[in-house]
Design a protein around this ligand. Structure first.
Ligand code: 13P
Length: 253
């Protein structure tokens, strides 16, 4: 179901003490605030999932993983399966982040397998995609995004889309301080909704939450979130400070 979502991707930041401190800061800062059906999600590192989950218990904060392996179990040293994530009570996983694609060689085909494994285990998928700077400069950004989405998600049946959240993260805006303009975000989000509508139907496309990610900060969040097809944000750097993250959550109200 389409809802407003502000999600924090903590990436490879914070040890267990820092993770708990941040989670405690968010719980305290959000207590008693009216969120108007906005979902708040944080994605700490694997080793800190349980600790953050304990802190978040009873609060509005949902905890998600940043990645997972596509197989159930076996000789995959260093990997974590969907079953392991659900065994600690997780309900969502981020897949397809550009850093996974770039540094760990994750292809659309691999991501399709990961998406299938996550959905088969009842996990919601926050699916990330976005073009690099050269694609935008050469005007290929729409076709790149369309390929990323169709290759990894368009094999799904309509019912599966109830567990998909899309996160458009132009790579040139991630961690660079250079955010997409609200107009650029809206233009791409409207395009994304259209290709989903063309593949499935308009009603389904209207129900999908589409988040924007890339240098989203307290100072620019309100304008980006004001756009019709922007349902929230996937936040990196600014999610590492409770005050900033809360300010971003407030910007969507
Ligand atoms: P920044 O907000 O640090 O640009 O990161 C965005 C991101 O990659 C979230 O997944």
């Amino acid at each position: 179901m389409r809802s407003k979502i502000v999600a924090g991707n903590w990436k490879m930041n914070k040890d267990v003490t820092g993770s708990k401190e941040l989670a405690n800061g968010l719980v305290a800062g959000l207590k008693g605030k009216t969120l108007n059906n906005t979902r708040v999600v944080v994605a700490p590192t694997f080793v800190n999932l349980t600790a953050v989950k304990e802190v978040a218990e009873g609060s509005v904060i949902e905890v998600a993983a940043q990645n997972m392996h596509q197989e159930k179990s076996g000789a995959y040293t260093g990997e974590i399966s969907a079953e392991m994530l659900t065994s600690i009570g997780l309900k969502s996983v981020v897949l397809g982040h550009s850093e996974r694609r770039e540094y760990f060689g994750e292809s659309d085909a691999l991501l399709a397998e990961k998406v299938n494994a996550a959905l088969a285990n009842g996990l919601e998928v926050i699916f990330c995609f976005g073009e690099v700077l050269e694609d935008r400069k050469s005007g290929n950004h729409f076709s790149v995004v369309e390929a990323q989405i169709s290759n990894a998600l368009f094999h799904l049946d309509a019912a599966a889309w109830g567990s998909i959240v899309l996160a458009y993260e132009p790579v040139w805006a991630i961690g660079t301080g250079e955010t997409a303009t609200a107009e650029q975000a809206q233009e791409m989000h409207a395009f994304i909704r259209k290709i989903v509508a063309d593949k499935y139907d308009v009603a389904l496309a209207q129900e999908v939450s589409i988040l924007y990610g890339g240098s989203c900060k307290p100072g620019n969040a309100k304008e980006i979130f004001s756009k019709e097809d922007v349902d929230g944000g996937l936040i990196g750097g600014a999610a590492l400070q409770a005050e900033d993250f809360i300010a971003i959550i407030e910007a969507i109200q």
